[in-house]
Design a protein. Structure first.
Lengths: 254, 254
DNA sequence: AAGTGGTCTAGACCACATT
DNA sequence: ATGTGGTCTAGACCACTTG
């Protein structure tokens, strides 16, 4: 039986107030129920959802309506559907990160996942850029992680991450894994759903160049990423300085 | 009545050869019919398609199957569906280009469409890079267009396009409009369906810097775009050198 | 009022994976 | 053999646009 309040429950009645204020299809309401379960961790990464038929009878809609909701969530990479097996909550495994979130590709066309060398971790008050990007109040504190990433020992990315301390308490004293998004999910229940990247070409400062092992003034690709969690709030600012002698940023326009 | 040969026409029969060699859903076969009509120009940009019901009875499938084919084509930006009005063939109007193909955005967040100043048009034998990108044989000739693009008279992009002459005959003697993709469609029946961009940070040469009005060695974003037509063949190589002092390349990771 | 795409349902059957 | 998602159908009704 359903314990959810769906709008327009009596679909044969005269349009009510909810309908005059904009129509919201049933499958979107069902989708919202499912997103809620993902946000709340009722369905956690890697686990299987109940079957379509079970969900349909639980919520009290047809299987086709459940299907349409699940299909949209799969299109957004929040779920993975596998014929014959079931529907699963998407995980931030290396493969997904590599294709969805890591756009720097070696010129030979091969996608590699770079190793990371953490240079330092600190906490401090968010500066203006961090407050703007992460939607923080004045005085909020952030954890900053600086790391060098390499393709087979050749340094190629100098990266500075800023994370709201209230979202990731204790992270500053933990070991920093190469795959951060998987840690966010496992330890903090925070799922990175998508990100927006802004790219510029800049000249490296003496410090930056030194860490990357190139000459001061070398051109580099600067990527400012803001990553958003499932509920749409920004939870990570990541500034990456990338050498593009032997690699490039790949963007597909569809 | 249908004049199309659909696989598995008798869907109650034992699996036949076509099925053992891989299952192809009906709606994909229907979709292929529609793509054919777009490629052949039977349905041309801006025109309305027959209604779903008409297409269904013409082809001999249910309306739901036609719908699924049309939905996929709309998701690929090849069609535009408007409730109450109909389904239309997508056009390369300025709005679409701005959002689908033009990723350089002013730092103030406003999307502008830059003006173009054509510096020169020439034809010549394709070099190695052009042959590789455009899948051309040795000796094939290309049309090269060099232009400077500006946001409100401030030059920001130096662009070199290479186009296969056999795809765009006579283009070298025509006036070059700002919106090339719309010309490709109208004059040559070539629809740009999507593109792949590779980005690097480079230092401008003396020539390039001079044209853009900055100092030699200034860092710039180099974008190598290969644009593909509806049938998947590469028809444009575009190398853009972009100043990113006041603008950035915007990439959404979903 | 008529025509279009959009939603929702119910049921049958298919393809795929596992037991 | 069973259970899952995937396809296909047919029909009813809804929302939106235009005459």
């Amino acid at each position: 039986m359903s314990v959810h309040k769906l709008e327009n429950a009596d679909r044969t009645s005269v349009p009510d107030a909810a309908e005059t204020l904009g129509f919201r299809p049933l499958y979107r309401q069902v989708k919202a129920i499912f997103v809620r379960r993902l946000v709340d961790g009722v369905w956690s990464p890697g686990t299987a959802l109940p079957s379509e038929a079970q969900l349909a009878s639980e919520i009290g809609v047809s299987q086709g309506t459940v299907r349409k909701a699940l299909d949209e969530l799969a299109a957004e990479n929040l779920l993975v559907r596998r014929q014959g097996r079931g529907t699963f909550v998407a995980e931030h495994d290396e493969r997904r990160i590599l294709f969805q979130f890591f756009k720097l590709v070696h010129d030979d066309g091969e996608r590699r996942f770079p190793d990371s060398l953490v240079l330092g971790v600190e906490t401090g008050m968010a500066n203006a850029a961090e407050r703007a990007a992460l939607d923080l109040d004045a005085g909020a504190s952030v954890i900053r992680i600086r790391r060098l990433r390499a393709f087979e020992t050749i340094p190629i990315i100098l990266e500075t991450l800023s994370l709201p301390q209230r979202v990731f308490p204790g992270l500053e004293t933990a070991p920093i894994p190469n795959n951060l998004y998987s840690l966010f999910a496992a330890r903090y229940g925070v799922t990175i759903a998508h990100a927006r990247e802004r790219l510029k070409a800049i000249a490296l400062s003496a410090d930056e160049a030194g860490l990357l092992g190139v000459a001061q003034g070398t051109p580099a690709l600067r990527i400012d990423r803001v990553a958003l969690s499932l509920d749409g709030s920004p939870v990570e600012l990541r500034v990456s300085l990338c050498l593009t002698e032997e690699a490039h940023y790949l963007s597909d326009l569809r």
